[in-house]
Design a protein around this ligand. Structure first.
Ligand code: NAD
Length: 359
């Protein structure tokens, strides 16, 4: 049965990088048996211009009806003076909450050919392949009460509530263990259970759920140590599962171990395995429309979609191998260019990946 993919190019370099990802999808459909229907929609600044809102109802409706969503990026200087509640980025928040996406998966993979792009020594990071599973809808970012009030001494105090319901911890733990089964079978749960009660519960629930996955090993680590270990010896990790706030910080840290923002995909999933797949970078208005953007993060987001929403691990492997192949052949967009390599634009990089899909 055909699966429906909703494509939301967004703003800035969004349409350019999405066009290359679509070439990959079309090739998989034509030559490798992928049975899909592609729909298109508006989000972000493009939707503000056309419909007066960053998240038109029709887009949300289509997203709910599709099996997966592929998103470029949103935002740009043109919409910076728009009222806050109508900014392009609100479109992202609206689609994430509209689809109830509670799990954010962010791999940090270092391609051998790009080892020079990292600030860490090659012998520390070569072969790096970590998956961070971050809880996305709970914790101190959403906990109530929150605010700024006047304290007893007449001065102001700001406050937030760090809170986790058992069911929120259970579902993200299941997600991490399911992901680990598709990888190397090791989960590290990161918390601050020695200081925070919400994290004490986190640790207890993670440990209980782990009992349902005897084939996956679990260890626990405090977040301060995890930050240190990620820089000292990042290859010790396979899957890291952690809370919303710690995941926010650690996933950026882990991503930058690889040194190249144009290479990193992400997935945000709900309990039915439906997800939004998007590069971690933004709309890069400084290079938009110049055929300079690296499309590989978006193409690798398609690989994640194959693995996590469409259950096509063979096609995910095929895309990832094609990306490795073009890097090995020396193709480089400006952001990952080093001397002696072959500098190419967005379209030529996309074409090279499409060609490599058949290898
Ligand atoms: P950015 O990620 O867009 O760009 C940061 C730097 O990285 C820029 O120099 C840019 O040219 C470069 N870069 C980014 N992606 C690249 C790619 N694929 N190839 C080559 N170079 C690339 O971050 P920013 O400049 O802080 O934000 C620009 C706009 O994007 C803002 O409006 C911001 O709100 C928005 N944004 C959107 C998302 C999203 O849609 N998920 C995420 C972050 C930022």
């Amino acid at each position: 049965m055909s699966r429906t993919i909703l494509i939301l190019p967004g703003d800035g370099i969004g349409p350019e990088i999405i066009a290359e990802a679509e070439k990959v999808l079309n090739t998989l459909a034509k030559e490798h048996g992928l049975d899909i229907v592609m729909e298109h929609g508006l989000i972000g600044g493009a939707a503000i211009d056309a419909r007066g809102t960053p998240m038109p109802e029709v887009t949300l409706h289509k997203a709910k009806a599709s099996d997966a969503v592929l998103l470029g990026a949103v935002g740009g200087p043109k919409w910076e003076s728009v009222e806050r509640s109508l900014r392009p980025e609100r479109g992202l928040l609206a689609i994430r909450s509209g689809l109830n996406l509670y799990a954010n998966l962010r791999p940090a993979i270092l391609y051998g050919e790009l080892a020079d792009a990292s600030t860490l020594k090659a012998d520390v990071i070569s072969g790096l392949n970590i998956m961070i599973v971050r809880e996305l809808t709970g914790d101190i970012y959403f906990g109530e009460p929150r605010g700024i009030r006047t304290a007893g001494d007449g001065l102001r105090e700001g406050f937030n509530t760090m809170i986790y319901h058992e069911s929120e911890i259970e579902r993200i733990t299941h997600m991490a263990f399911i992901v680990a089964r598709k990888r190397n079978g090791r989960v590290c749960s990161v918390d601050k259970a020695n200081v925070l009660e919400s994290n004490e519960l986190w640790r207890e629930v993670v440990t209980r759920v782990a009992g349902e996955y005897p084939d996956v090993t679990l260890r626990h680590m405090y977040v301060d140590n995890a930050a240190m270990q990620l820089v000292r010896d990042p290859r010790q990790f396979d899957v890291i599962v952690t809370t919303n706030m710690f995941g926010d910080i650690l996933s950026d840290l882990a991503a930058m171990l690889t040194g190249s923002i144009g290479m990193l995909p992400s997935a945000s999933l709900n309990k039915n395995g439906k997800g939004i797949y998007e590069p971690i970078h933004g709309s890069a208005p400084d290079i938009a429309g110049q055929d300079k953007a690296n499309p590989l993060a978006t193409i690798l987001s398609v690989a994640m979609m194959m693995r996590y929403s469409l259950n096509e691990p063979g096609l995910a492997d095929r895309i990832e191998c094609a990306v490795k192949h073009v890097l090995a052949e020396g193709f480089r967009t400006t952001d990952i260019y080093t001397k002696g390599m072959r500098k190419v634009g967005t379209r030529e990089m996309g074409d090279a990946v499409v060609k490599a899909l058949g290898k």
